[in-house]
Design a protein around this ligand. Structure first.
Ligand SMILES: *Cc1c(COP(=O)(O)O)cnc(C)c1O
Length: 395
């Protein structure tokens, strides 16, 4: 059994704050401060350029990738870290499309995160492909024989709706297409099994449920059947077979290493490495069970105590990730009032109040406080104060 008392204690949770926004930015692992300070002092300061070898910086993207692999059902040597998720989406979709050169269509859904759709649209324009976007519930029927790539985010960032990865991947394969999965709201949140569902490519970020810190590097996974055939497209020197030969011609490295682009963010990856220590000993089945327990308690509590809010997530836990959202016409102001009371969730336009449940550090006391506070500010109308209506740049 996973010890969630230990994992909760491993985070710095600010005094007086109930944090339900780990789906946007996870809290800081206590150990990250010293780990980054040690790295700066012992490695950067003392070893200087030698640190690429002596401190293992060059191998870090693969070493940390192996630690992510366990959380997403991938094997050793199949995951590499680097860049931002948007860039990894580009790499995965472009490589998948290049494996189906006789087909033009990239299919996604309107519940996908805009950056993924923008990236695919830009790619489609550059390589004479077509981005087709349907509603999430229409995806299965839209998988047709002209499809090159199915590009989906497993868990919808607004509703928390979870696609059936196994079924949709199988359907894409039957149609002769490849499946690219974005795990931004899945990795560290639900029990992902990439090899089990037979996906082709997957990408994700590490600053949400994995708690790697703002701007922590993204990851990319390629199924081993593609990893020596996939064309990286973004051909950077660190994905070269012999980066320090400084050849004028590009030759991709073997396997997942070719998905590296340029110099990795070593300091950020050191903080991420500290965050991954907390995951040691966490069983994904326990994670999923606790996530369901927390989100069910929240939904029940809100439905009983906040009649003004409308559930915007699937009611059945099997169809959800680890976040839940509710609608309110003045959602922005309600969320600002809630944050002012120390309960942090977030708002997504136009009217979505979003709450993430991170089993590593959230417990039932967080749920009780969040429900009580939300019910109170809705009942007494205190959310309708002019200061809560002023929009900040990041919402
Ligand atoms: C959070 C998120 C992103 C963010 O991409 P970055 O390049 O890391 O800013 C992209 N896609 C999805 C599905 C996300 O949830």
């Amino acid at each position: 059994m996973t010890d969630f008392t230990r994992t909760r204690a491993a985070f710095h949770l600010p005094e007086g704050v109930t944090y339900l926004d780990g789906n946007s930015l996870g809290p800081m692992p206590v150990a990250a401060t010293a780990r980054v300070a040690d790295m700066m002092r012992d490695e950067w300061a003392e070893q200087l350029i030698r640190g690429w070898n002596s401190a293992g910086w060059y191998a870090q993207p693969r070493r940390v990738g192996d630690r992510i692999a366990r959380l997403i059902g991938a094997g050793e040597g199949q995951v590499v870290m680097g860049d931002t998720l948007s860039i990894k989406v580009f790499q995965a979709v472009s490589a998948a499309r290049a494996l189906r050169p006789d087909r033009r269509v990239i299919l996604s859904d309107s519940g996908n995160f805009p950056s993924d759709l923008y990236v695919a649209e830009g790619l489609a324009g550059a390589v004479d492909a077509e981005l087709r976007v349907v509603r999430p519930e229409e995806v299965a029927d839209a998988i047709t024989d002209d499809l090159a790539v199915l590009m989906l985010t497993e868990v919808d960032y607004r509703t928390g709706r979870r696609h059936d990865m196994a079924a949709l991947t199988a359907r894409a394969h039957q149609a002769g297409a490849l499946a690219v999965w974005d795990l931004a709201h899945s990795a560290g949140a639900v029990d992902v099994d990439l090899l089990g569902v037979d996906a082709d490519f997957a990408v994700g970020c590490t600053y949400k449920y994995i708690n790697g810190g703002p701007g922590a590097p993204a990851f990319i996974w390629t199924h081993p059947r593609h990893s020596d055939a996939a064309a990286p497209i973004l051909q950077g020197w660190m994905g070269h077979a012999a980066p320090f030969a400084f050849d004028l011609d590009y030759r991709p490295a073997a396997g997942i290493e070719r998905m590296r682009v340029g110099t990795p963010p070593v300091i950020a990856m050191t903080a991420l490495d500290a965050a991954l220590d907390v995951w040691d000993g966490v069983e994904l089945a326990d994670l999923r069970a606790r996530s369901i327990e927390l989100s069910e308690a929240f939904i029940t509590g809100v439905q009983e105590n906040c009649p003004d809010l409308v559930l915007n997530s699937p009611r059945h836990p099997a169809q959800r990730g680890s976040q839940v959202s509710f609608l309110h016409p003045q959602g922005y102001a309600v969320m600002q009032a809630l944050i002012a009371e120390g309960v942090i969730g977030d708002f997504r336009a136009p009217d979505v109040l979003r709450f993430g449940f991170a089993p590593l550090y959230n417990d039932v006391s967080d749920i009780e406080r969040a429900v009580d506070t939300l019910a109170r500010i809705l009942r007494d109308g205190s959310w309708d104060d002019p200061r809560f209506h002023q929009r900040a740049k990041v919402t």
